[in-house]
Design a protein around this ligand. Structure first.
Ligand SMILES: Cc1ncc(COP(=O)(O)O)c(C=O)c1O
Length: 373
């Protein structure tokens, strides 16, 4: 059997652009400027331009991006934040870290993102922000969500951790709300060599609040205006991210080609629902998330993927409100039926840019065998 088909292939990425990465890292090591500094500032400018907003503020992780963005728009103890339960835990963890309460709206039945109608029903007088997630590389339905935020008089904070460069109606993920939160964790489309994150915003006051919060509430040495934290984007990570940015577009094209390849190979399988997108959407395919119905079909597909040495992921096996960490704030099953159905049906297939045509065939053949075709 050939090598395992992985979901993420960072060693392959290094093999492709190693010299550019090494040059970037050495440039920082030689500069002696390791925290923030010109490299981080340059990355912030390049990211802001890419997303199409005025400011980007580099922080230590996607989780910190969410925490600091929520704080920067005024979410704190006593606040309620309407969000999706079908996401990585950090989305809700951030709400808890700032002392606020998560209020869950359901996801769309034909996708994986927050359903604007369900979000509207979840908004109350206590709501102080909306936190939609652009899951798997697809921008959420932001026009109605932003209209909802405007009508309720509350900011929209976007969790764009998985969706750099995703677009909807011509606008990028991270450019819709009061703040857009990015992760550059190594499994993301733009991957740091470790943890890194950023917040994008059009609002100079939010940008300034973020700069204060990420650096101990301090603008000036030994003068602290508020309790912040230490969450700075270090120069090594900024340099690595800058070195990769010029390749991101071609990597996204490769991911899109693979998505087309999956669609050609799998579209006819009964019980398998492939990810789809509307005319005005640009997906960036952080995951290729299919739905398998009923459960025995999913189990059979998984068995064949394992036998064919194909890695797969179950993002996510349960809605966040079922996580034990939430203690007394855990909610019962049945709270968000569409999110719960997604948890049962979803299966993520490999879609990294260096997947070969042979790899794609191997994955698709295994899926077809699982489906009895
Ligand atoms: C949707 C989502 N939100 C937030 C995060 C948190 O990002 P990080 O791991 O960089 O803290 C991640 C990634 O792990 C994520 O996928």
């Amino acid at each position: 059997m050939a090598r395992r088909v992985p979901c993420v292939d960072l060693a392959g990425e290094y093999a492709e652009i190693g010299p550019a990465l090494e040059e970037a890292v050495l440039r920082v090591l030689r500069s002696g400027a390791y925290v923030l500094g010109p490299e981080t500032q340059a990355f912030e400018r390049e990211l802001a331009e890419r997303v199409g907003v005025r400011f980007a503020v580099g922080v230590a992780s996607g989780t910190d991006a969410l925490v600091l963005a929520l704080r920067a728009v005024g979410v704190g103890p006593g606040s309620e934040v309407v969000t999706s339960p079908f996401s990585y835990f950090a989305t809700v963890e951030a709400i808890h870290i700032v002392g606020a309460r998560a209020v869950y709206a359901d996801i769309e039945p034909d996708g994986f993102n927050l359903d604007p109608e369900s979000a509207e029903r979840a908004v109350t007088a206590r709501t102080s922000a909306l936190l939609p997630v652009h899951l798997f590389g697809r921008c959420a339905d932001m026009a109605p969500l932003c209209a909802l935020g405007d009508a309720a008089g509350v900011p929209v904070v976007e969790d764009a951790a998985q969706s750099i460069d995703a677009r909807r109606a011509g606008r990028a993920a991270g450019a819709w709300g009061a703040a857009g939160c990015f992760s550059f964790y190594p499994s993301k489309n733009l991957a740091a060599a470790g943890d890194a994150g950023a917040v994008t915003t059009e609002d100079p006051e939010v940008a300034e609040a973020l700069r204060l919060l990420r650096s101990h509430g301090s603008r000036q040495r030994d003068h602290h205006e508020q309790i912040g934290t230490n969450s700075r984007l270090d120069a090594l990570q900024a340099a690595v991210l800058r070195a990769k940015l010029p390749y991101l577009e071609s990597w996204t094209r490769a991911r899109s080609e693979l998505a087309r390849g999956y669609a050609e190979r799998l579209a006819d399988l009964p019980g398998l629902e492939l990810p789809a997108a509307g005319e005005d959407e640009g997906l960036v395919w952080n995951q290729y998330a299919v739905r398998c119905r009923p459960e025995p079909l999913r189990a059979a597909v998984v068995k064949e993927l394992d036998a064919a040495e194909v890695e797969w992921r179950h993002f996510y096996p349960q809605p966040i409100y079922r996580q034990p960490a939430l203690g007394s704030e855990r909610l019962p099953e049945g709270t968000c039926p569409e999110a719960e159905r997604a948890c049962r049906e979803v299966l993520c297939l490999p879609i990294h840019p260096r997947l070969s045509a042979a790899d794609l065939d191997r994955v698709a053949d295994a899926v077809r065998r699982g489906a009895g075709r």
